[in-house]
Design a protein around this ligand. Structure first.
Ligand code: ZN
Length: 202
């Protein structure tokens, strides 16, 4: 089932999230719905607050972009895909960021809760994270490059942080009116969204 994605301005995106345990009601169903919602948008990561839940859970699938890139490469002979890139598909439950290391690099990020805005964000290259998977098995893994980037973005979501918080003050000022319009639902988007200022009206 495709869930509506909450838009910028909804307080749930800023709320503290809670850990869950294996008795969380219909966890399998939630994980399945989150993947379906993410693929439909489409996106490469989705955090529980983005579907209105203040819990420490997010899903990531960067295999999806690597496949997408391969197709794009075949179709258009684009030569700019990193051939060494191997995507990951994971469910992260109750994650703890152990360490972020390496040289910070800029990458243009977007967010399903902030449609139409893409900006360069600087993040460190390598992360080590501890988390439970969907079967409540505990893992500690190290990721780098684009995989680390997506995990850092989603981890921020469960900490109540959005990528736009990380922009320089001038950039923030420049996009402020765009962000206000998103909260009001004044944005073209191809997937189902919940807009905070419309929700009150209906
Ligand atoms: Zn996001």
């Amino acid at each position: 089932m495709i869930l509506p994605i909450v838009a910028y301005g909804d307080p749930v995106l800023r709320k503290a999230t809670k850990e869950i345990n294996e008795n969380y009601p219909e966890l399998d169903k939630l994980v399945e719905n989150m993947f379906e919602t993410m693929y439909n948008a489409p996106g490469v990561g989705l955090a529980a607050p983005q579907v209105g839940l203040s819990i420490r859970l997010f899903v990531v699938d960067t295999e999806y972009i690597s496949k997408d890139d391969e197709e794009a490469e075949e179709d258009h002979e684009l030569g700019d895909t990193d051939e060494d890139f191997a995507g990951i598909k994971r469910v992260f439950i109750n994650p703890i960021m152990i360490e972020e290391t390496g040289t910070p690099w800029d990458y243009e990020e977007g967010c399903l809760s902030i449609p139409g805005i893409r900006e360069d964000v600087s993040r460190k290259d390598t992360i080590t994270i501890e988390y439970y998977d969907e079967n409540f098995e505990l893992w500690e893994e190290t990721f780098d490059g684009l995989n680390a980037r997506v995990i850092q973005h989603e981890y921020d979501h469960i900490e109540g942080i959005l990528f736009t918080d990380k922009l320089k003050p001038l950039k923030k000022r420049l996009i402020k009116s765009k962000l206000d319009r998103i909260s009001k639902g004044e944005v073209d988007v191809d997937y189902k969204m919940l807009f905070p200022e419309l929700k009150k009206a209906r």
